[in-house]
Design a protein around this ligand. Structure first.
Ligand code: TXA
Ligand code: MG
Length: 324
């Protein structure tokens, strides 16, 4: 069983223990501002293999490498001018950049699944302190079994992977609650590979350039992890619900009751006041609660598509997609 250390109570012991486990080539669950990550030494092939094994993750799906400062990033990737501006503006934070790897870089090819690019980001919060102390980038996917809902608390991680893990660092609920936005700059064009915790409109405001969405979802899988079915709860999922069927769990938004709610198994509101940030932070936890209610179907009422709504809707659609 995993040991759980509360980073708010024992920050120093948390860092020391995490670094010891990482040095031994074992993964550690760490809190980032987006979701909890399953982190391992990105330069150690055995350690990275353990991540893929623990998650049951296909090995063609590359991992994001997490760094604590620009110098660490620059040891492994090269920045074009636009990517550099984005990193300077939004790091530490929920933005992953896909950048060419340096030949001198020491991230193992297993982490990038053999690609010549690397997904890289500088996380906010306690995980950054762990990376700084460890002194090497940490490869970290979300700390959940592949295809399942990403964890936004240490308890989520424990329930899913606790039996396989040595150590979970607990920093409380993840602030943002959605994975990072993934962006690739190509020939001066900004391509959104995954909507996430950084609103694409903020990227457009900084650069003055449009953020291009893929033409059709799933047309080409640019971020290999973006399989249509992901974030799958056990229950079936019904989108755009305007009423509730008997026995369904309802996840709604904006404090507005739906017809039929009194026959629902459970009613949760992502943000009664209609705040998309609050909704993002609650989404995965509420999906897990709705699933645990035993309802056979989870109904989602509509959420606005602007701002963080884009990433929230993306996760809801993936939860509803036919399971692979
Ligand atoms: O917020 C996050 O990004 C969290 C926390 C832990 O940092 N991590 C996360 O990792 O969501 P994961 O493994 O669940 O998703 C990583 C995504 C996958 O869709 C993967 O295909 C894509 O990033 N990716 C990684 N490296 C890539 C690369 N070189 N080119 C294209 N896509 C890449
Ligand atoms: Mg994931």
């Amino acid at each position: 069983m995993a040991e759980i250390i509360d980073t708010r109570i024992e920050p120093d012991r948390a860092i020391e223990k995490a670094c010891a486990v990482l040095s031994g080539g074992e993964p550690v669950a760490i809190p980032t501002e987006t979701v909890y990550g399953l982190a391992a030494d990105a330069t150690n092939a055995d350690a990275i293999s353990r991540i893929y094994e623990m998650k049951g993750r296909p090995r063609f799906n590359p991992l994001i490498c997490h760094v604590s400062d620009m110098a660490m990033a620059e040891a492994h990737v090269t920045f074009d001018p636009i990517s550099r501006r984005l990193a300077e503006a939004f790091w530490p934070g929920p933005l992953t950049l896909i950048l060419p790897q340096r030949s001198e870089g020491t991230v193992h090819a297993l982490a990038s699944a053999g690609l010549d690019t690397l997904g890289i980001r500088m996380p906010e919060g306690f995980s950054r302190r762990v990376i700084a102390r460890f002194g090497q980038p940490l490869a970290a996917p979300s700390a959940n079994t592949s295809g399942k809902i990403s964890p936004t608390s240490a308890a989520h991680v424990e329930a899913d992977l606790g039996a396989k893990l040595k150590l979970i660092l607990d920093a409380g609920p993840a602030e943002i609650g959605l994975e990072s936005t993934i962006l690739k700059v190509e020939d001066g064009r900004l391509r959104l590979l995954r909507p996430g915790g950084l609103d694409a409109a903020e990227i457009e405001a900084l650069t003055g350039l449009p953020v291009e969405r893929p033409e059709a979802a799933g047309a080409t899988i640019e971020a290999p992890g973006m399989l249509p079915s992901h974030y799958a709860p056990g229950a079936a999922v019904r989108l755009n619900a305007t009423d509730v069927h008997t026995g369904e769990a309802l996840i709604r938004f904006g404090g507005k009751a739906l017809p039929g709610e009194n026959a629902a198994a459970l009613v949760l509101d992502l943000s009664p006041s209609g705040d998309l940030r609050e909704a993002a932070a609650n989404l995965f936890d509420y999906m897990k609660k709705a699933d645990a209610s035993g309802a056979r179907t989870i109904a989602f009422s509509p959420v606005p598509s602007e701002g963080l709504g884009e990433a929230i809707l993306d996760r809801m659609q993936r939860a509803a997609a036919p399971r692979n």
